[in-house]
Design a binder for this molecule. Sequence first.
Ligand code: AMP
Length: 302
Amino acid sequence: MSLGTLFPSLSLALYVSLCVAESVDEVRAAVRRARQAGKIVGFVPTMGALHVGHVSLMQRARAECDLVVTSIFVNPTQFGPSEDFTRYPRPRETDLQICGESGVDVVFYPTVETMYPAGHRTYVEVGGLSEILEGAIRPGHFRGVATVVTKLFNIVQADRAYFGQKDYQQQTLIRVMTRELDLPTEVITCETIRDPDGLALSSRNAYLSPAERQSGLSLSRALRTADALVAGGERDVKRLEAAMRRELESTPGVKIDYAVIVHHESLAELTAAEPTMVALVAATVGSTRLIDNWILRLPRKS
Ligand code: AMP
């Protein structure tokens, strides 16, 4: 689904009631006022370049909370030295317009210096989960994610925070971290929004040429193949993984990082099928890294 379909008047939109806060004090003041009035505060952290996937989180927060805060911050500590931090899209005006149209009340839009003043040296590490899968391929990535999310949770102090299933390992890690650090924000995971052809929406899809985008469809095809095999009775995890790999390998221009079936909470690789499993795929298409996932549920025995 395109943003134009969702917001036909996007270019004309007015978002007069949107408060854009650039300092920690400004966000805290807005949240404090809401809390004093007994309001429930919802929070949607993002890196901007907003798409309908982000909008779905904002709309869920809008439906469930009284004050909706979104952050837009391209977090340097979660990018590796050879990754796309500098070229990551930063369409500020369009993003603010989308926030306004999606019912956001406050946008926290800090600078790097606000989040990481010179000399910053405190980081959050979630043992084990940070080092596997995405963490193995992007060393330091989850340390950056855990650190920025902890800081944002402390700044905003929301009752609830909304994350996408699209980044399955990220939401798992944030759930574990929130529990183990006793952070008082409830983590809510929302379903992945896809284009009609199956491609999971991502800010990085903007990097794909039309041919690469076609190749990128192999990720969701691989996941659907695994899902169909499970529905048809396949219970051999290795055979399911092999089927996903075959789908990816047979697509030109796709370089697989992993295609695995894991435990839905620990993300440990499985040797035998479980009632709920997660299929995780990651691949590079051209120069763009794509990830996707699918929850696989064994049909209940009647
Ligand atoms: P990002 O701006 O990529 O850091 O994403 C911000 C939030 O939006 C994260 O919680 C993502 O998991 C979520 N998100 C990204 N893409 C999607 C999608 N296609 N559907 C649902 N949520 C998404």
